[in-house]
Design a protein around this ligand. Structure first.
Ligand code: FAD
Length: 395
C-alpha cells in the first residue's frame, strides 16, 4: 500500500479528490480517513434545510456507501490522523494504526473559531460545523423559546432564519457595524439586516459579547456590566479557523492555513492540501486566498487530481458562494475588495436585485439576490474581466 493516495479528511474536498482520481483513470489504491463517523457529506444544509427538517444524516451524503465500494475507495471513518511523518511517508492515526502513502492529500477543513469569553463551555452553548453539532443543537432548539446567536455572518443569519420561521424569539449579536461584513458589501448587508428585522429578528450591531453566564437553567449573554440578554440557548457563529495543526506539526509551511502553490502542492514532496484548510496564491486577486466554500473545495480538489494524473492545470478561480435565508437566495461571485464603484441593478424592495462592484472599470464581484441568471452571467463576466489582471501578473 506504499503507493496509495491517502486523503486525510473526507469532506467535500477529500471526496471530490477521490472521485476525480477515479474519473481520470487512477487505478491505484485510494484511502480516505475521517475523524467523523459519517461518509463524506455536504455541510451547507446543516444551517439550512437539514436543521429545519432534521432528516436522517444519510440524506446529506455526497454518495452512497456502494459508490465508494464500487470505486474501490477505502473509507476509514471515526479515525483521526494524529501525526504525519513525511520522511517515512506515513500517517499515524490516533487509534494507533499507521498508514503508508505514496501521495498524501490533506483535506482537513476548518473548526469553529473559539470565542475567548468566559462561559462558552456552559451547557446550552453550541457551535455548528458538523452533523453531530446538529444532532445536539436541534433538540435544544426545539426546547428553547429565546435564542441568542453570536455572529451575524452567513451561518448565524441562516440559523436565525430557520428558528425565527419556527416562531422562536431570536437575537443576533454582531460586533461589527453591519451583518455579513466579511462576505458582502454594505447594500447587501442592509438588505439582509432589514429583511431579518421585518421577520422579527432582533439584530444588535456593535454588540460585543463579554461573557456567557449561567442563570439557573437558562443563560445570560453579557454585553456590558448593565446589559445582558436572557437566553435558553446560545449559538456561537463567529467564524472558523483552518485545521492546519497536523500539517504544521509535520513541518509543512502554514500561515493561518496550509500554504500551497497553484497546483495544491504543499512545501513537502508528494503532499497536497485542498479545500478550506489551504491558503493558495491567486494571480487574479494578487494575493493569497483562504476560501471557505463548496466551489473552492471542489475545484481545488480537481486541480490536485489533475496534477496526480499528470495533467497539471494551475488553479486561480473566480470564487463563488451562496446562502439561503427565508425565501431569499444570495449568490456571491468574485471578491468585493478594493472596489471603486458600486451599482445596484433591479429592485431591492421586491427582493430581486444584484449589487455590482467595479475596480478600474472592471467588474470584480456581484452579489445577486434571488437572481440566478445575474449570478451565472456575473461569474462569466468576472472571469473574463479579471483574466487580464491575472495575465499581467503572469508576465
Ligand atoms: P470539510 O467539508 O469541513 O471536511 C473536512 C473533514 O476533515 C471534516 O470531516 C473533518 O472532521 C475532517 N478532519 C479534520 N481533521 C482531521 C484529522 N486530523 N483526521 C481525520 N479527519 C480530519 N459553503 C458554500 O459554498 N455555501 C454554503 O451555503 C455553505 N454553508 C455552510 C454551512 C455550514 C453550517 C458550514 C459548516 C459550512 C458551509 N459552507 C458553505 C462551507 C462549506 O461547507 C465548506 O467550504 C466545505 O465543506 C469545505 O470542504 P473541505 O473538504 O475543505 O472541509
Amino acid at each position: 500500500m506504499g503507493d496509495a493516495v491517502v486523503i486525510v479528511g473526507a469532506g467535500q474536498a477529500g471526496a471530490q479528490l477521490a472521485m476525480s482520481l477515479r474519473q481520470g483513470g487512477h487505478a491505484g489504491p485510494i484511502r480516505m480517513v475521517s475523524d467523523e463517523p459519517y461518509l463524506p457529506y455536504q455541510r451547507p444544509p446543516l444551517s439550512k434545510k437539514f436543521l429545519a427538517e432534521y432528516r436522517d444524516p444519510d440524506s446529506l451524503f455526497l454518495r452512497p456507501e456502494s459508490f465508494w465500494r464500487d470505486h474501490h475507495v477505502q473509507c476509514e471513518l471515526g479515525a483521526a490522523a494524529g501525526e504525519i511523518r513525511p520522511k517515512e511517508r506515513r500517517v499515524l492515526l490516533r487509534n494507533g494504526r499507521e498508514i503508508p502513502y505514496g501521495t498524501l492529500a490533506l483535506a482537513t477543513g476548518t473548526s469553529a473559531r473559539a470565542l475567548p469569553v468566559p462561559g462558552v463551555d456552559l451547557p446550552g452553548v453550541f457551535s455548528l460545523r458538523r452533523i453531530d453539532d446538529v444532532v445536539a443543537l436541534r433538540p435544544a432548539i426545539t426546547a428553547a423559546e429565546r435564542i441568542v446567536i453570536v455572529g451575524g455572518g452567513y451561518i448565524g443569519l441562516e440559523v436565525a432564519a430557520v428558528v425565527r420561521t419556527e416562531g422562536r424569539s431570536v437575537t443576533v449579536l454582531e460586533a461589527e457595524d453591519r451583518v455579513l461584513k466579511r462576505v458582502a458589501g454594505p447594500a447587501t448587508s442592509d438588505f439582509f439586516d432589514r429583511y431579518h428585522r421585518q421577520h422579527g429578528v432582533d439584530i444588535r450591531l456593535g454588540a460585543r459579547l463579554v461573557a456567557i453566564e449561567a442563570d439557573g437553567r437558562a443563560l445570560r449573554t453579557r454585553l456590558t456590566p448593565d446589559d445582558a440578554l436572557a437566553a435558553d440557548l446560545v449559538l456561537v457563529a463567529t467564524g472558523a479557523r483552518a485545521n492546519d495543526d497536523l500539517a504544521a506539526a509535520a513541518g509543512l509551511t502554514c500561515q493561518d492555513g496550509i500554504m500551497v502553490d497553484e497546483f495544491a502542492r504543499t512545501s513537502a514532496p508528494d503532499i497536497f492540501a485542498i479545500g478550506d484548510c489551504t491558503r493558495f496564491p491567486s494571480r487574479r486577486y494578487g494575493r493569497r486566498l483562504r476560501l471557505e466554500s463548496v466551489q473552492n473545495a471542489i475545484d481545488q480538489a480537481k486541480a490536485a487530481a489533475a496534477v496526480i494524473l499528470g495533467k497539471p492545470q494551475p488553479y486561480d478561480p473566480v470564487p463563488w458562494f451562496w446562502s439561503d435565508q427565508y425565501d431569499i437566495k444570495l449568490q456571491i461571485a468574485g471578491l468585493a475588495e478594493g472596489y471603486e464603484a458600486v451599482g445596484t441593478v433591479g429592485d431591492p424592495g421586491a427582493a430581486h436585485f444584484s449589487v455590482e462592484y467595479r475596480r478600474g472599470g472592471r467588474l470584480i464581484a456581484v452579489d445577486a439576490v434571488n437572481d440566478a441568471r445575474a449570478h451565472m452571467l456575473a461569474r462569466r463576466r468576472i472571469a473574463e474581466e479579471t483574466a487580464a489582471v491575472a495575465e499581467t501578473a503572469r508576465t
